[in-house]
Every structure is written in structure tokens, then in C-alpha cells.
Design a protein around this ligand. Structure first.
Ligand code: PRP
Length: 186
């Protein structure tokens, strides 16, 4: 793909760098207030959440540990019950931690639903989910994040960690992807 083609696929910016930064600052304050000085464990779900994680962990002032997981969900057709396969697990036990899962987007809700069930079974002190983006219109399982920074319509979005065929994760903003016949949809 040429640079020209690469850029042509960025249809329009829908959330600017400044809007993201402001929302994260507010979210950091909310987390500080919720945990009131108690230590937390932020768990980022790779790859998409890596940029959000880097920013949200610097927006909180409560004592904070960070951890990373890689999860993939497998389903048959429209079946809502499935399994989440952990391709990389946390490097510590989350038992007795105040855990916050940090996600880039909740779409069908399957990944988070499964991940929450799995981490809950490990007996954390508490478990919450924060997501940068929420697409409630796409929900297949009943899942509601505790904190959502932006609710968006069903656009195919890229940037700030989100990809199309692994490209565009490094864009500093959220953009709508310009789908064309030559491009693979995720
Ligand atoms: C994205 C995103 C969430 C998941 C949400 O991950 O990071 O983990 O999809 O979708 P769901 O609500 O329909 O389960 P993706 O599988 O694209 O992998 P990536 O994070 O490596 O880009």
C-alpha cells in the first residue's frame, strides 16, 4: 500500500486528540474518587488498548499497578455463549486486587463479558471495566462498561490503538475508516 492510499482510507476524524485527552483527564479524576487512595490494578487487553492504557495510567493518582493480557473470543455464528482464549495471561494473580480492565472498544460485548467472568472467578476484591469507545448498537450480549468515555454509532473506527488489518493503530485520534472494495474489513 502506498502512503497516498494509506491516507486516503482515513475518511474523517471523529474524535480529536484534544477531546481524547480531556476525556481521559476526567476519567482519571473519576477513578481517583472511586478508589479513594486504595491501590488498583489496571489490566489492558492487547493489542487495541495499549495507547489508552498508556494515557489512563498517567491520569490516575491512586497507587497503581499495570498488567497486560491478550484475549481472543471464538464463537459459532450468532451464538452468544462462547469461550475466550487467553493468548497471554497476567503475570500475577489478581486475587484481592481492585481490578480495572482497560479496553479500547466494546462492540458486541463478547470479549469483555467473557473476560470479566474469567477474572471474577479469580476472586478480585472488585472488578470494573473502563472503555474508551462504546458501540451499544452492536451489542450481542448484555454487557455494560462501568465507565465509557465516548459512545459512538456503528462506524468502522481506526486510530488511537484501533486497527484495520493491523494498520492505523498509531494515529493520535479516532477516525472513521473509508471502506473501499480493495480493502479487507476486519
Ligand atoms: C477488539 C477490541 C476488543 C474487542 C471488542 O479487539 O480491542 O478487545 O475487539 O469486540 P467485542 O465487543 O465484539 O468482543 P480485536 O479482536 O480487534 O483485537 P486487537 O485488540 O488486537 O485489535
Amino acid at each position: 500500500m502506498t502512503t497516498q492510499e494509506y491516507e486516503k482510507n482515513i475518511k474523517r476524524v471523529i474524535i480529536t486528540e484534544e477531546e481524547i485527552a480531556a476525556a481521559i483527564k476526567e476519567a482519571g479524576k473519576k477513578i481517583d474518587a472511586m478508589y479513594d487512595g486504595h491501590p488498583i490494578l489496571l489490566v489492558s487487553v492487547l493489542k487495541g488498548a495499549f495507547v489508552f492504557m498508556a494515557d489512563i495510567c498517567r491520569a490516575v493518582t491512586v497507587p497503581c499497578e499495570i498488567g497486560f493480557m491478550c484475549a481472543k473470543s471464538y464463537y459459532n455464528g450468532t451464538e452468544s455463549a462462547g469461550v475466550v482464549k487467553i493468548t497471554m495471561d497476567l503475570d500475577r494473580d489478581n486475587k484481592d486486587y481492585h481490578v480495572i480492565i482497560v479496553e479500547d472498544i466494546v462492540d458486541t460485548g463478547r470479549t469483555l463479558n467473557d473476560l470479566c467472568r474469567m477474572l471474577c472467578a479469580r476472586n478480585p476484591r472488585s472488578l470494573r471495566v473502563i472503555t474508551l469507545l462504546d458501540k451499544p448498537s452492536r451489542r450481542i450480549v448484555d454487557f455494560k462498561p462501568d465507565l465509557s468515555l465516548f459512545t459512538i454509532p456503528d462506524y468502522f473506527v481506526i486510530g488511537y490503538g484501533l486497527d484495520c488489518a493491523e494498520y492505523y493503530r498509531n494515529l493520535p485520534y479516532i477516525a472513521e475508516y473509508n471502506e473501499c472494495k480493495d480493502c479487507d474489513k476486519k
